[in-house]
Ligand binder design. Structure first.
Ligand code: ADP
Ligand code: MG
Length: 477
């Protein structure tokens, strides 16, 4: 999944019976229900107060939670919210149908619980529901616990063919000392690739110095690269080491090399031929041992033809070439990256976000991503802040109006429109299937069948699958 790591991750959702501890939170417990949960093989931890619940959720191994909000007051809600937002626990709420829950309770249920049940339940149902909630929480857990270090900003996510090839190229070129030229559109990860090459190379303990040639005024480029001696020019009141010298022993990354002015190109070429630099205003030749990686998003060959870039310098810089694939060519990785970004920045959201709606995933796959990974990060972060539901929608991602790709068939367009209409209606009718079906002008059975076809969820937690055939016993909100 990442450039440096290839080992497989344990998959907790494939070991469903290892964790069967459930916390039951209620002011007044229903003993018959507790007995049923116990008899289904769950170890039950009981809490009667918000503080007790908080203490119990901190115990290790709690995989599922059942909460009855009846009797809790708004003063308890912040503590209960802290319990409900524990990512490792899958929560299910109990609510009496007759009683209309307060807005705050409805919000807690909608944002943090995988399911919502009303009592009495058919035999065996409660254990099944808790198991489902635990499974959904484990899926969430897997997203965060995958072998992608969320705290490492240099992690490179990708498992598609193009990225596997890129990782393999990175490992190969890292072992040599030859100059590497990285080409690719903006935001594809060129700088990340340069850093990965450095980190995989024998130079990893020495500095990695990056310089953006497009961001440095032309008249300062030479002194930035080579440094200067005191008195070299007006204002040079102390000696300054240049970037080349400061990267000694390590790697120098020249980003946007196409923007390098002609005099600096000549100076860099001289350095590449001789392996020595002279600080401006100095006459000492200083040997420097660096590995050069350069990158550009412009067509450097065209710049050479137009006389803006030296062909001899390009040949020195481009001994090995790495092509960064555009995001639109990374298939399933778009989804993987989107989940990665969601996990990384989910605390930016005021409530718990579990993922993307199927139509959001579709929209991301159909979009052409001119800004590549950088744009995807921005869109998901924006969506996390703006979203009101538990799943990010195309609207949250601002991809609602994006045009479907040229190759989309009418069937695909129809399918997407159907999905979107169903999702919107479900959201509008709080996932009540009967009302949603009426609003859409179809029968409940048809709605259920379509949701099943599109892999959509009954409530926000449970997926429609072959086991959910009991329409009247639905557990949706
Ligand atoms: N494969 C990837 N996995 C995770 N983050 C990525 C990946 N590729 C790019 N990024 C992130 O996208 C942003 C743009 O990457 P960057 O290397 O600056 O692109 P470029 O230099 O090509 O414009 C950065 O925040 C980077 O961390
Ligand atoms: Mg860059």
């Amino acid at each position: 999944m990442t450039a440096g790591s290839t080992q497989s991750t344990p998959q907790p959702w494939l070991q469903p019976d290892t964790q069967r501890r459930v916390i039951c939170v209620a002011r007044a417990h229903n003993n018959a229900l507790l007995a049923e949960i116990r008899s289904a093989g769950w170890e039950v931890v009981v809490a009667k107060t918000a503080a007790g619940a908080e203490a119990a959720t901190k115990k290790s191994g709690v995989a599922a939670g059942l909460i009855d909000f009846d009797g809790f007051t708004p003063r308890d809600f912040p503590t209960l919210k802290a319990c409900l937002s524990q990512t490792a626990i899958g929560w299910v709420a109990i609510a009496a149908e007759s009683q209309s829950a307060s807005k705050a309770v409805r919000e807690l249920i909608r944002n943090y619980c995988f399911d919502y049940i009303t009592l009495p339940l058919p035999p065996g149902w409660i254990s099944h529901t808790l198991g489902h909630a635990r499974g959904m929480a484990a899926l969430d857990y897997v997203d965060t616990a995958a072998d992608i270090p969320l705290t490492d900003d240099s992690a490179m996510v990708g498992s598609c063919e193009a990225m596997q090839q890129l990782f393999s190229t990175i490992r190969k070129v890292a072992n040599t000392n030859a100059s590497v030229f990285i080409s690719g559109q903006s935001g594809t990860g060129k700088e990340l690739t340069a850093l990965a090459i450095h980190r995989c190379s024998p130079r990893r303990k020495a500095p990695f110095v990056a310089i953006n040639c497009g961001a440095i005024p032309h008249h300062l480029m030479q002194s930035e690269l080579f440094g200067y001696e005191r008195g070299a020019f007006t204002g040079a009141d102390a000696r300054r080491i240049g970037r080349i010298e400061s990267a000694n022993g390590g790697t120098l990354f020249l980003d946007e090399i196409g923007d390098m002015p002609p005099e600096a190109q000549a100076g860099l070429l001289r350095f590449l031929q001789e392996g020595k630099i002279e600080r401006l205003g100095g006459n000492e030749s200083i040997p420097v041992d660096i590995r050069i990686i350069s990158a550009t998003h412009v067509d450097l060959e065209a710049a050479i033809c137009a006389g803006r870039f030296r062909a001899d310098l390009f040949h020195r810089l481009c001994v090995l070439r790495v092509d960064e694939p555009p995001l639109s060519a990374r298939g399933k990785d778009i989804e993987v990256l989107a989940h990665y970004v969601l996990q990384k920045y989910k605390t930016d959201s005021t409530h718990k976000i579990h993922g993307f709606t199927p139509s959001a995933i579709d929209a991301m796959h159909n979009y052409h991503w001119p800004g590549n990974v950088r744009e995807l990060i921005n869109r998901v972060r924006h969506a996390l802040v703006m979203a009101e539901g538990r799943l990010l929608t195309p609207r949250d991602l601002d991809l609602e109006s994006q045009r479907v790709g040229e190759t989309a068939t009418l069937d695909r367009i129809r399918e997407q429109a159907e999905r979107r209409a169903i999702e919107t209606a479900l959201l509008r009718h709080d996932y009540r299937l009967g009302e949603t079906a009426t609003a859409l002008g179809i029968s409940r059975v048809t709605l259920y069948r379509m949701m099943k076809t599109y892999g959509m969820r009954v409530a926000t937690g449970a997926t429609v699958d072959d086991t959910d055939t009991e329409l009247d016993g639905e557990t949706s909100i």
